[in-house]
Design a protein. Structure first.
Ligand SMILES: NC(=O)c1ccc[n+]([C@@H]2O[C@H](COP(=O)([O-])OP(=O)(O)OC[C@H]3O[C@@H](n4cnc5c(N)ncnc54)[C@H](OP(=O)(O)O)[C@@H]3O)[C@@H](O)[C@H]2O)c1
Length: 298
């Protein structure tokens, strides 16, 4: 299959290139930079240079492929609403490019946008926040509209995706801990994040492309919930810094833009995804990768 991949040079996208090329797909990866184009060639992919926000260009690139995986996003937290609304238009454009065919579009979202209906871990069938509540949900809303119009769209929701270099938003927490000279968690630290090793996440995208159901949401969750006090302890040991609980009222001063996330319980389940796609993640787990962090994050 010829797959057009946005975000092909990113943390997840670069592992996706390896996975898809390794399983016999032809991959055309997108990047804005010469360095990205060179990296894609080294990884065995074709490459196109461009910006996802150049919508006519994006549409033409998607029309030339048998399938599209969208994993690009600009994570500039200072302007999350603008980047999220841009992503809505990107998903709409990719969907329009595939209209009138059964060619699949795989859209990337996050399990952190889903709220559990019953107090347990968030399920694939639970609803997502609205973009009015959380701007990043614009991507899910664009996918909803395409699915309602009968397009072959599937959503992969990612939790904290990790290896020994990157661990989702926990990478930001590690930087914060270095700056502040201590590792903090909020209250008792029993609130959780869900997690997946980046290699397992990449394999799931391959399974979704091969046998995913049109309209389905899949959770790339290997670990349903890792307590934030355990995450903080692992960071503290690795960095040799003290670990302390802070009150909710102190969270904004320590965590900045991450304060609401730092206190939230974001457990999520991938059980139905595992069953349906016979996805069997094998790790390593989040705390193992945190304890073996590479100096790169310094
Ligand atoms: N990492 C996680 O733990 C996690 C968790 C939940 C959800 N997600 C979602 O998963 C997706 C991939 O995340 P990631 O961690 O791999 O991101 P990343 O490492 O920050 O990579 C971002 C990618 O997006 C591309 N990109 C950004 N703006 C672009 C633009 N205007 N035009 C073209 N390409 C653009 C970059 O390409 P160039 O710079 O080469 O152009 C790069 O390949 C995102 O949707 C993210 O929100 C990630």
């Amino acid at each position: 299959m010829h797959v057009f991949l946005t975000g092909a040079t990113g943390f997840i996208g670069s592992h996706l290139v390896t996975e898809l090329v390794g399983t016999g797909h032809r991959v055309t990866g997108l990047s804005r930079s010469d360095a990205g184009i060179a990296a894609l060639a080294r990884a065995g992919a074709d490459a196109v240079r461009g910006d996802v926000n150049d919508l006519p260009f994006l549409r033409a690139a998607a029309e030339a492929a048998d399938a599209v995986v969208h994993a690009a996003f600009d994570h500039d937290h200072a302007d999350m609403r603008r980047h999220s609304e841009n992503d809505r238009r990107v998903v709409e454009t990719l969907g329009a490019a595939l209209a009138g065919s059964d060619r699949p579009l795989v859209v990337t979202s996050g399990t952190g946008l889903v709220r559990s209906g019953n107090g347990g871990p968030a399920l694939e069938t639970d609803g997502h926040l609205s973009s009015a509540e959380f701007p990043r949900a614009a991507t899910e809303e664009a996918a909803d509209a395409l699915i309602a119009a009968g397009r072959h769209v599937m959503v992969v929701r990612l939790p904290q995706v990790h290896d020994t270099h990157r661990q989702g938003r926990i990478t930001w927490q590690i930087q914060l801990a270095r700056e502040q000279g201590s590792v903090a968690y909020v209250g008792g630290g029993a609130n959780r994040v869900s997690a997946v090793h980046v290699g397992d996440a990449a394999r799931l995208y391959g399974l979704v492309l091969a046998s995913g159901r049109a309209g389905a949401r899949y959770h790339a969750v290997a670990e349903e919930g890792v307590a934030m006090r355990d995450v903080a302890a692992a960071i503290g040991v690795r960095l040799g810094l003290p670990v302390a609980s802070i009150d909710p009222g102190e969270a904004q001063a320590y965590f900045g833009w991450m304060a609401p996330l730092a206190a939230a319980d974001l457990a999520a389940s991938g059980a139905s995804t595992r069953r349906e796609l016979r996805w069997d993640p094998f790790g390593p787990d989040l705390l193992t990768d945190l304890r073996a962090q590479e100096p790169l994050v310094r």
